[in-house]
Design a protein around this ligand. Structure first.
Ligand code: G1P
Length: 298
């Protein structure tokens, strides 16, 4: 059986330029979906999958992210005094144990592969690890990484979350060249980062959840820049296939939102808002009335 996955890397060094001016002073990962920062969704998903150690690859200007995971004694005291127990529990659930989080810096934006490589000294030579891209938020009954960890325990190797996308959008993603399609899982012949339109090997795209062997970090040691002039994680995983080590795509059950784009962020806000019992009546009424007004105007 494959070794347990207990560490996850969160690449959070990006500038977040698509969300300027908001990201002028707050990290993109702190932007809120309803009332939780994006990064909290990623952490909750990791915890549900059995992750115990969290490695953040950060950059300048991400201080708010570090503070977010610290205890907030003044807030806790204030809530306790006011008897706001539910809120207090909610707040405490965001605290991280001492030593459970590590921060490493990526001092140049050289790409996703480079960001993951920055965590190399925190991962043992035979230790599999997860990578979560917090921009990809996945709503699922069983959290996506948990689904993958369960599948990985049977297969070992490297595993990437995957999802069918319309062919004209395939060039926005890492794309899988499928060897054997087993339904929920595919074995992979190759992977291409952002293939030019018309050259994509399939329309099965990589989504931001990975379970990787440390061999990928060794490949990253030697990797030159690829698509977009960046050091690509996709290329390092593709190297595993060249070395005849198995790589699988996992078709997760759930809905993925691209919170790296404004439209995706808004869609996620609506979906997560409607999923909340305390909001769905009022918010649902508003959405219905808005749709009705729009229909009437047409
Ligand atoms: C990254 C990966 C890409 C993957 C995508 C999923 O690209 O490089 O392979 O398909 O995340 O969101 P980015 O969107 O950061 O350009």
């Amino acid at each position: 059986m494959a070794r347990k996955v207990t560490k996850a890397v969160f690449p959070v060094a990006g500038l977040g330029t698509r969300f300027l001016p908001a990201t002028k002073s707050i990290p993109k990962e702190i932007m809120t979906l309803v009332d939780r920062p994006l990064i909290q969704y990623a952490i909750d998903e990791a915890r549900a999958a059995g992750i115990k150690e969290f490695i953040f690859v950060t950059s300048r200007g991400k201080g708010a992210l570090e503070d977010y995971f610290d205890t907030a004694p003044e807030l806790e005291t204030a809530l306790r005094k006011k008897g706001k127990d539910t809120l207090l529990e909610e707040l405490k659930s965001t605290n991280m144990d001492s030593g459970a989080i590590a921060y490493v810096r990526q001092n140049k934006p050289l790409g996703l592969g480079h960001a993951v490589w920055c965590a190399r000294r925190l991962i043992a030579p035979n230790e599999p690890f997860a990578v979560i891209l917090p921009d990809d938020v996945i709503a699922a009954e069983k959290p996506c990484l948990q689904q993958m960890v369960e599948a990985y325990e049977e297969t070992g190797g490297c595993m990437v979350a995957s999802m069918e996308v319309p062919p004209e959008q395939a060039s926005l993603y890492g794309v899988l060249d499928i060897r054997d399609d087993m339904g929920a899982m595919v074995s992979v012949n190759g992977m291409v980062e952002k293939p030019a339109a018309g050259t994509e090997p399939s329309n099965l795209a990589v989504i931001g959840r990975y379970i990787l062997t440390p061999k990928v970090l060794q490949s990253l040691n030697k990797l030159k820049s690829g698509s977009g002039g960046e050091i690509q994680l996709t290329d390092a995983i593709a190297h595993e296939i060249e070395e005849e080590r198995p790589v699988y795509g996992y078709r997760f059950r759930g809905q993925r939102f691209d919170c790296g784009s404004k439209a995706g962020f808004l869609q996620a806000t609506v979906a997560f808002g409607m999923a909340r019992e305390d909001l769905q009546d009022e918010f649902g009424d508003y959405l219905r009335s808005m749709t009705a007004t729009q229909l009437a105007a047409q």
